[in-house]
Write a protein that binds this ligand. Structure first.
Ligand code: AMP
Length: 544
């Protein structure tokens, strides 16, 4: 029998290929990080490649072996980028920790992932120091001086010293494309955070897709500003794609503020960036009031939560900047859909064009989407039928890391249940109409209403509590706690908030408390938050 099938090389789709190609082709290109109170730190791709190989040498010297989890706890920076590459290329697994999590979640996540080493920004050290005793698998913390005045406590290795003393690796280990490259935990509606593990293959294909003209269209000509935190779905994977194409890159550094973003975009002539709507609402205000020039941007990707249509219109008409709406999830590496108008839609009247642009776009190549009803039957793409959005594809998770709840998120025929509710129109454009109903998305981060409720219900005077999202002009959504006092008890808002303050991350603390007579219930006795949301839909959100 003559061989006909499988006559192409079994070349593994790993990040190693991107790195080595980029090192050879783009040595002169620039990487930079914002340093508060100082000029941008800048170096070249050649420096980056050399330091990444040194870092890999250091990882070996620290005794890290294939499959070991190496965590990061940091802001966006060139050092974080070095870790993005040195860790997976060494065969270890990059675990990006969310610096905004409350101590209990952080502890859970590090212990669940069994992280061996944490690379942390020095400015964040106090947060980590407070829980280090509860992290038995962590045998080393390495600190990175992210601010000019940052100090490294005695006894802890400093990243730069570690690199200076390391021998650069000469070659990379041979990896399989199914090897784990990174992991990222996401908060769900119930239970503990869940770990998504990215394979090299998933990231390789996802990066390629992000360069497509009808998607992000990332190319060597771009200057990319990374605002989306590198601990949130790998900054939407854009730092990986940017290295792949050899774009100039700027990292927003510690605690970036909207004015920092304006300044970098204007001074560095940034062409591409992305962030949650909250950021763009603030940047718009500054551009209007202070006259920043952001016209170098060819596009801004907006996603993570719904983007107001008026915002998209304002960016295009006032600043000449195209805003592309996108939808994705940590479980999807994260890209699912991007909103680009089809050629014939360009001729449509403005109003109709913005109707389309307010949707999250059509499925990326590589991603299959469908909507299904409660019984699991597929719904038509008619723009009105509404059902759960389900996806599948080579960069969609096949199961959470070591999590018994995993199977519940998949259909019998192997699709991932996103928990989002959507319509799809005849052109294939997806509209997210609702989402896992109980989660609150504040400034791009999830707040689990269940977590907050459980804490409130521990108050001795509280009978029941339900936490819902109310719209907020800056943070998009903020939590409102609806609280029922025990019979005979009286309660005020301050009492509840003071009670929660030591137990919750600052941004997860409700701004407002409504004392109510009873929490409405569904037929099966669950809290009916839909009714509460309707009742409080006009309640003005408090808080800055
Ligand atoms: P995360 O995994 O934290 O990035 O959150 C993913 C979730 O954010 C999705 O399941 C959606 O509910 C929501 N989301 C992401 N992008 C959008 C968008 N463009 N519009 C509305 N919701 C979005």
């Amino acid at each position: 029998m003559k061989q006909l099938h499988d006559l192409m090389m079994a070349y593994p789709l790993t990040l190693t290929h991107f790195f080595e190609r980029s090192r050879r082709l783009f040595a002169k290109k620039t990487l930079a990080t914002r340093v508060p109170g100082a000029a941008l730190f800048r170096y070249t791709y050649a420096d980056f490649a050399e330091r990444t190989r040194r870092l890999a040498g250091a990882l070996g010297a620290l005794g890290l072996a294939r499959g070991d989890r190496v965590a990061t706890f940091g802001w966006n920076s060139h050092r974080h980028l070095e870790l993005y590459w040195a860790v997976p290329l060494s065969g270890c697994v990059l675990h990006t920790l969310n610096i905004r999590l409350a101590a209990k979640d952080l502890t859970y996540i590090v212990n669940h992932a069994e992280d061996s080493v944490i690379f942390a920004d020095a400015s964040l050290w106090p947060q980590l120091a407070a829980i280090l005793d509860t992290l038995p698998t962590v045998r080393q913390v390495v600190l990175m001086r992210d601010t000019p005045d940052a100090r490294v406590p005695a006894g802890l290795p400093d990243y730069e010293a570690l690199l200076a003393g390391a021998t650069p690796v000469g070659s990379w280990p041979e990896l399989a494309e199914t090897d784990a490259a990174g992991m990222c935990y996401t908060s769900g509606t119930t239970g503990n955070p869940k770990g998504v593990v990215y394979t090299h293959r998933a990231m390789f294909l996802h990066c390629l897709a992000q360069t497509m003209a009808d998607q992000f269209g990332l190319s060597e000509c771009d200057t990319v500003l990374h605002i989306v935190p590198m601990f949130h779905a790998n900054s939407w994977c854009v730092p990986f794609t940017s290295v792949m194409v050899g774009a100039n890159q700027i990292f927003a550094g510690p605690n970036p503020q909207p004015r920092d973003i304006c300044e970098i975009v204007q001074n560095e002539k940034v062409t591409f960036t992305g962030a949650v709507p909250t950021v763009w609402i603030a940047v718009k205000e500054l551009c209007e009031n202070e006259g920043w020039d952001i016209s170098s941007l060819r596009t801004i990707v907006i996603g993570g939560s719904a983007a107001p249509r008026t915002l998209q219109q304002a960016y295009e008409t006032q600043f000449g900047v195209l805003m592309s709406h996108a939808w994705g999830m940590t479980e999807m590496t994260p890209l699912g859909t991007v909103c680009r108008l089809k050629s014939y839609m360009q001729e449509w009247p403005e109003d109709r064009r913005y109707d389309v642009r307010a949707r999250v776009g059509y499925a990326s190549v590589g991603v299959d989407v469908r909507i299904v009803d409660d019984a699991g039957a597929e719904l038509p793409w008619d723009g009105t039928s509404m059902g759960e959005l389900q996806v599948r594809g080579p960069w969609v998770t096949a199961g959470y890391y070591d999590n018994p709840e995993s199977p519940q998120r998949f259909t019998p025929d192997g699709w991932f249940r996103t928990g989002d509710v959507a319509t799809i129109d005849a052109e294939g454009y997806v509209q997210i109409t609702d989402r896992t109903k109980d989660l609150i998305k504040s400034g791009g981060e999830w707040i689990s209403s269940v977590d907050v409720e459980n804490l409130i219900m521990a108050h001795p005077k509280v009978l029941e509590a339900a936490v819902i999202a109310v719209p907020h002009p800056r943070w998009v959504e903020r939590p409102l706690a609806c609280v029922v006092p025990k019979p005979g008890a009286t309660l005020d808002a301050a009492e509840i908030i003071d009670f929660l303050r030591p137990k919750l991350a600052k941004w997860a603390l409700p701004d407002d408390v409504a004392v109510i007579e009873a929490v409405p219930k569904t037929s099966v006795g669950k809290f009916d938050k839909k009714v509460l949301r309707e009742r409080f839909k006009d309640r003005a959100a408090r808080g800055a």
